[in-house]
Each structure stands twice: as C-alpha cells, then as structure tokens.
Design a protein around this ligand. Sequence first.
Ligand code: FES
Length: 175
Amino acid sequence: MILKNKARIVTDQQPHINVEAVLTESERAALHDFMHHYPDPRAASLDSLKHVQKRNGWVDDAQVNAIAQVLGISIPDVEGVATFYNRIYRQPVGRHVILLCDSIACFLMGNESLADVFKKQLGIQYGQTTPDGRFTLLPICCLGNCDKAPSLMIDEDTYGLVSRAQVAEVLEQYL
Ligand code: FES
C-alpha cells in the first residue's frame, strides 16, 4: 500500500458528524483545553491532530471532521494543517514510523545509500508498511540535525551519523 499524505481533496461542505461517536470524552476535553490556549481556534488544530493521532497512529476523515466541529472551524482549515505537517498521518501506518531525511546535507552524506539498506532490510519501499505492521518508511525534509547527517527519526527518536552497518541495530530497538 502506498501512503500518500498529500493531495487530499477538500471541499467547503461541512457534513454533520456525531462528535461523541468519533472522539472520546477525554479527547474532546483535550481539544477544548487546546482551544483556550490560543486567541484563534485554528491555532489549536495541530495540537488537536497530534492528540487524536495518539489513539490509532493516524487521523481519519471522521476525526478531522470532528476536530473541526469541536474547534468551531472549517474542515479545510484542519485538513490544511494535517496536509502541511509531515508527521500527521492521514492513512494507517505501522507501529513505528521511520522518517529518513532526504534534504541536501543528508543527500550529500549518503542518505540514498542508507535508504537502500532500510528498504532492503524491511522489504518495502518509501510509503509502504511492512506486512507485520511493524514499520512504515517515509522520506522527510530536513530534521534540523544537518551537522549529524545522514539523519533520521523513528517515532520520537532522532538518529544522526547513521551508517549502513548500523541499520539492523537501530531497527532491533523497535518491536
Ligand atoms: S538535511 Fe538532513 S537533517 Fe538537515
């Protein structure tokens, strides 16, 4: 399955959704809390998406709609944030998401060769998830760790100066 976070089709229509059926009580409470941190509720979109994503590892259309409804903003507003932010996933991902930086410093330090090792060891290409649901592999733009290129992230962990020989050792840490 190819994962595409981008190119979602959005419309101005705001279908009614039963928020209680989509978001848990604690999720709804968290969203209200985020909203009170900002003068404009749209600013709470990212916090809300991150929070809701914790439950299943990704955010589906119903959850985007429910977030918009709770925040009192449009679905395209929420969808726009979800599309812009690389780490909000709009399709199912594995238990662990590997993000390999493909920006210039990492490119110059051999990220393509490193990516080949990940692809070979996992048996998948960019945008795919391993059949056991353990890993999803995605490219990402600069992680801000350029002085330690090539860099990557797995979940919330950042790795730098990763060699081809270290890939297996890195993967072993994530079950
Ligand atoms: S270019 Fe890869 S971390 Fe900046």
